[in-house]
Design a protein around this ligand. Structure first.
Ligand code: ZN
Length: 277
């Protein structure tokens, strides 16, 4: 049986001031990797960050965008995923030196890392938060962000292989008279699920299996997709910042100017006529 993937499911524990989310990605994640020749460990990191971005996007209380960046001084010095309240995501990684295929240690891959989260509401002011990346995983770093900047007790689990990315989040509701022991109880239940199960089972099955003795209200799933947002017009706009003499030189030698989108790898070609208009 095929389960629907590329969706985010939110749920709450009835009368317990704890909420949860489950995200399962496949097509959108593979589309994000397409056209990039990322080493396997980098694919996994991007998959985890994509799952994390989807989970965090669903915690936003406004319409707008979220950007999550990890910057480091290791072989992988930049990872970023952007998402919108419509759960449209895109992401990119920058790799500056060779990486062993079996390296899964975040500190070896990224060195000293820090996490930057930028929230951009459609209406209102942009907010940026940063935490140093103290943690052995992206999940731990994000938990650190929530405890420092939002002071909301949060647990995050993230997994990715070459084809799937998945994650779960548990968080106390803001302003709740928080019962720590119930949170710990559902935390213990949640960590029994394996990556393989998150990659292969349907969301309903997962939630029923994990929380069969709890009272859980599950909301209709929201679909998650890859969406870049680049266009010929925007690329042409970006070209206007390049000195005209430089453009003329390229046109003289190549007859056209080619620009490839960093995120989706779409190639745009412009001639001298395009640039004049
Ligand atoms: Zn693009």
């Amino acid at each position: 049986m095929m389960y629907p993937t590329d969706q985010l499911t939110r749920f709450t524990f009835v009368d317990q001031d704890v909420r949860g989310e489950l995200v399962q990605l496949s097509t959108s994640y593979q589309r994000m990797l397409q056209g990039h020749d990322y080493p396997k460990p980098v694919q996994r990191l991007l998959g985890e960050l994509m799952a994390a971005t989807s989970l965090l996007t669903a915690t936003l209380k406004f319409e707008g965008h979220i950007a999550i960046q990890l910057q480091g001084d290791g072989p992988v010095n930049f990872l970023a995923v952007n998402g919108s309240h419509h759960q449209q995501l895109r992401g990119i990684a920058r790799v500056r030196s060779a990486i062993a295929d079996d390296c899964n240690d975040l500190r070896t891959l990224m060195g000293h890392a820090h996490l930057i989260i930028t929230l951009t509401p459609l209406q209102g002011e942009r907010y940026q938060g940063m935490v140093s990346g103290n943690g052995d995983s992206i999940a731990e770093i994000i938990e650190g962000y929530f405890s420092q900047s939002e002071q909301l007790h949060t647990r995050v689990w993230l997994h990715a292989d070459a084809e799937h990315a998945a994650g779960m989040l548990l968080q106390v509701m803001p302003a709740a008279g928080h019962d720590r022991s119930y949170f710990e109880h559902v935390e213990l239940l949640t960590q029994t699920i394996t990556a393989a199960e998150l990659f292969s089972l349907g969301s309903e099955e997962i939630l029923t299996w994990l929380y069969h003795d709890e009272q859980v209200e599950v909301y209709p799933p929201q679909s998650v997709s890859f969406h870049c947002g680049c266009s010929r017009e925007r690329t042409l706009d970006a070209l206007s910042t390049v000195p005209a003499a430089e453009l003329r030189e390229i046109l003289a030698s190549d007859g056209e100017i080619r620009m490839t989108c960093d995120y989706c790898r779409t190639e745009y070609t412009f001639t001298a006529t395009d640039l004049q208009s």
